[in-house]
Structures are given as C-alpha cells and as structure tokens.
Design a binder for this molecule. Structure first.
Ligand SMILES: *Cc1c(COP(=O)(O)O)cnc(C)c1O
Length: 477
C-alpha cells in the first residue's frame, strides 16, 4: 500500500470512526441477528486476488455493522463495560503502526520503559505501595493465572517448576481459597497449573456477599489437619456478580499468619480507588502479594490491557524465566525484560494507549467520571428501591446495581426467575439498552453497570423507562 493510498484510506477510516462515535447512541446496542447470520454473508474461501481497500471498508458497513454489539454505546450496561475512548483508540492505532515486540528491553526500550512509567503512575493513583512491580497482560484472567503461578512457586522446595506435579507422591495436595463469589479465572488457573479444580476451596460469604474471614480460617485449619497444603488466598474487590468487596485487611491477617500468598482480584473494582473518597475499597491491599486491576474495564482504555502488581517480582520471575541463547542480552545492562515475568514472549506495545488515556484525561478527569458513574448507580438504585414492583438484590458498593422485578402478591421464585429472564430478553431485544444477568442466592438477577465513558444521567433514565415499560407489557400481557 503506497503512502498516498494509506493516507487516503486512513483519513477515510478516521472519519468513519468519528461519525460512529458521534452517532453511536442512534444504533441498536444489541444486533437483531441469529447465530450464523453474519457468517452466511462472508465468502467461504479466501480471496485469491487482492481486493481494493474501498471494498473492504464498504463491507464493514454491509457485513460487520449488522452483527455488532456496541460496547461503546452509552446504553450498554451489561457485564463490565469497557470504553474505547478516543485517545485510547488513537494510542491503539499508533501501537499497531509501530508493531514492536516488547519482549526484551532492547527489543524496544520505549515500550519497556513506558510500561514502567505508566504503571508507576497508575500505582500512585491507586495509592498502592511504591515497592510494587507492575506488568501488563492481555486480561485479568491471565494476570490472576500468573499470580497463582507465583504463589505456587513460593514453595521452591517442592521443585514444581522442575519436576511438575504429575506422578509425585512427595507433594501434598495444594489448596487455594477464594469466596463463593470469586471469579472463574481462579478455577481456570487451577486447571492450567495442574492443581485441579478441587484445589480451589470456596469460602462462605456473609449477607453482603463478602468473604467470611472466620470461615476462611476454619477451612485452612481443616485442610492442614488432613495434610493438605494451603498456599494462596484470592480476595475480591468488586466481585463479578454484585461487586462485593472482601475484607482484605482481615484476610491479610490470616494469610500472613498462615504464610499464604494473598492475591487480590480487583480487575473491575480497583479503578474506583482512583476517587479519593472511595480509596477504602483497597484497604488492606497494601499488604497483598499481588493485585490485578484492568484499565480496560473502568479506566477508559480499550481492550485489552490488564495490570498485575506484585511486591515479589523475583518469585514471578523465578516461576517463568527461561532465557534461550538468542534472547540473551548484553551482560551488565540493568533493565527489565518483561518476557521473564510470564508466559507471553511477544508483547504488544499496550502501554501506549494507557499513556494516551492517562495524559488526555488526567487524574482529575478520570476521577470526575468515575465519581459520576458511582452517583448514577446510586441514583438508579434509589429508583429501584422506591418502586413498589422492583427490588434490589445486593448492596451497591460500586456502580453495579443488582435488581429484579418483584411485585406485591407474587412470591413464587421460579415464576419470578422466569419472568425476569424474559424481561431482560425483551429489553435487550429492543436494542435500546443491553443488560446482563447473574444468579444471586438462586434468584435471576438483572445487572446494570454504569462505567462507560459516555453514559450520562439521561441514558440511565432512559433505560429505567424501558425497563418499566417492558415490565408492564410482560406482566399485563
Ligand atoms: C473481568 C474480571 C475478571 C476477568 O478479566 P478478563 O480481563 O476478562 O480476563 C476477573 N475477575 C473479575 C472480578 C473481573 O471483573
């Protein structure tokens, strides 16, 4: 592609994106398609001859757009939202253009050192201790995987790195603990690390869905009494279902006493700590061995970018460092080689988009937006609380509201589950808003998450109107 052609289509595409961003609220959030609809519009075989860029771009409108769930829509309230903010998109574009592989310091000094600098900034924004070392992975699941691998490596005398776990009678059963609200990535890490799903022990929660420290202590004591070796606790700040916040300080007391690695999963919730009056959500995390925060969730950085901080980078490094001859660097050069701290060798220049976002918005700008999300969620929670035919199903410590329709005289939980599921589908089907669900104490629960950059009070009010309208239609119809 000639420079002239690149310039022409580059400008055209940026214009197209600018229009998309300007008008995104007019699109349906959720597409009106069935499985296979998009696939059927795509050729079965690859193009033999190259095609003009203009045709490829035209097919974005014709083929791709009709199947888009618009995560950047201001009325996308599902899962944990992610904002493809404009400065973040520009950073992503530039990192594609540079196309560096930041595996080693010398494979791109700027990539390595910008990662160090931006993660230092973010660490300060979260008021985490200065000795924390940060590293970027693609997602929170991967960050947690690496934390649990480091936790396992702490028992160097077991020589798991060298000899593995299979076929060994000299290694006790290892156990890690998380609450029954802990994220599935913890189980996946146990699968991938050869620990097995039954190495994950789910600890009971209180009526606010927070881990019960006493139940944790009892579980550890019970395991030790039968020869199981506890090695790790994963506390959650902002659980996936209802954003509950575990009592990290009390859990840290236990993990220190029991010599367990304490990992904190704050993939979504950690961002709230940027707001001074919310800093308490990370209370106790300064004592953690590691903590994960995902800027691609609530910090306006486009997917994907997750950060793992650890105070024991040497253990993480010991778990993963393998340096083949062709990657050896000049002796005596004091530099971080990020490939030493995990599975990925090739690493995208992700810090660039984080840098763009942090600089463009500034700490004040980010703080103000997160604070507004918290306010909007409390507002929505109040509407739910004040409505006789709806009820809230969990506290709202952050900006996620868990609720359902539940009207007077109707107390059959099976019927309510079925009704609320249909209600969610009806709302999502309109394309006016997109909600997701969870099950809390067996109840089908609607989740409304306010964390997109472009979501304002008008959008939250509109989804509330849509919810009420469809509630009436379904109940009366
Ligand atoms: C989103 C999330 C994860 C997983 O993060 P990915 O980036 O999707 O892999 C883990 N834990 C919690 C609490 C989360 O909110």
């Amino acid at each position: 592609m000639s420079a002239e052609e690149f310039r022409q289509y580059g400008h055209q595409l940026i214009d197209w994106i600018a229009d998309l961003f300007a008008n995104i609220g007019d699109f349906p959030v959720f597409p009106d398609v069935q499985p296979g609809d998009i696939l059927s519009k795509l050729p079965k075989a690859p193009p033999v001859k190259g095609e003009p860029m203009g045709e490829i771009l035209a097919d974005v409108d014709r083929v791709i757009m009709p199947g888009m769930t618009h995560w950047n829509h201001p009325r996308f309230f599902a899962y944990f939202t992610s904002s493809g903010s404009a400065p973040g998109v520009l950073g992503e574009l530039l990192s594609a253009a540079f196309n560096v592989n930041g595996m080693l310091w010398q494979s791109c000094p700027s990539a390595t050192e910008l990662e160090q600098a931006t993660l230092g900034w973010l660490r300060q924004m979260l008021e985490l201790p200065s000795e924390y070392f940060g590293i970027i992975y693609d997602g929170g699941s991967n960050s947690t995987f690496h934390a649990i691998a480091a936790a396992r490596e702490q028992f160097a005398e077991l020589e798991i790195r060298e000899r593995g776990l299979a076929g060994r009678s000299d290694v006790p059963k290892l156990r890690l603990y998380t609450s029954d609200q802990g994220h599935s990535s913890i189980d996946k890490a146990a699968i991938a690390l050869g620990l097995g799903l039954d190495s994950v022990r789910r600890v009971a929660v209180n009526d606010q869905y927070q881990m019960n420290p006493q139940a944790l202590e009892e579980a550890i004591a019970e395991d030790r009494s039968v020869g199981v070796l506890p090695f790790c606790v994963v506390a959650t700040v902002g659980s996936t279902s209802c954003t509950s916040i575990d009592p990290v300080a009390a859990i840290a007391d236990i993990s220190e006493r029991e010599c367990l690695w304490l990992h904190v999963d704050a993939a979504h919730g950690g961002a709230a700590a940027v707001v001074p009056e919310m800093r308490y959500v990370l209370d106790g995390c300064e004592r953690a061995d590691s903590i994960v925060v995902n800027p691609h969730k609530w910090l306006f950085v486009p997917l994907d970018l997750s950060v793992l901080y650890t105070r024991k980078p040497e253990v993480l490094r010991r778990a993963f460092s393998l340096v083949p001859e062709y990657l050896r660097t000049i002796p005596g050069v004091e530099a971080v080689n990020y490939m030493d701290y995990g599975i990925p060798l090739g690493r995208r220049f992700r810090a660039l988009k984080l840098w763009f976002v942090l600089r463009y918005f500034g700490v004040e700008g980010i703080t103000a937006r997160i604070r507004e999300h918290l306010r909007l969620a409390r507002q929505f929670a109040k509407w739910v609380d004040d409505h006789p035919e709806f009820e809230r199903l969990a506290p709202v410590p952050l900006s996620t509201v868990c609720f359902r329709a539940h009207w007077p005289g109707m107390d059959d939980d099976d019927l309510l589950n079925h009704f609320n599921e249909r209600l969610m589908q009806a709302i999502n089907h309109t394309g006016e808003a997109f909600l997701s669900h969870t099950k809390i104490s067996g109840r089908f629960t609607l989740r409304l998450v306010v964390s997109h950059l472009w979501t304002s009070e008008a959008h939250v009010a509109r989804v509330w109107a849509v919810i009420q309208r469809h509630f009436q239609l379904l109940r009366d119809g």
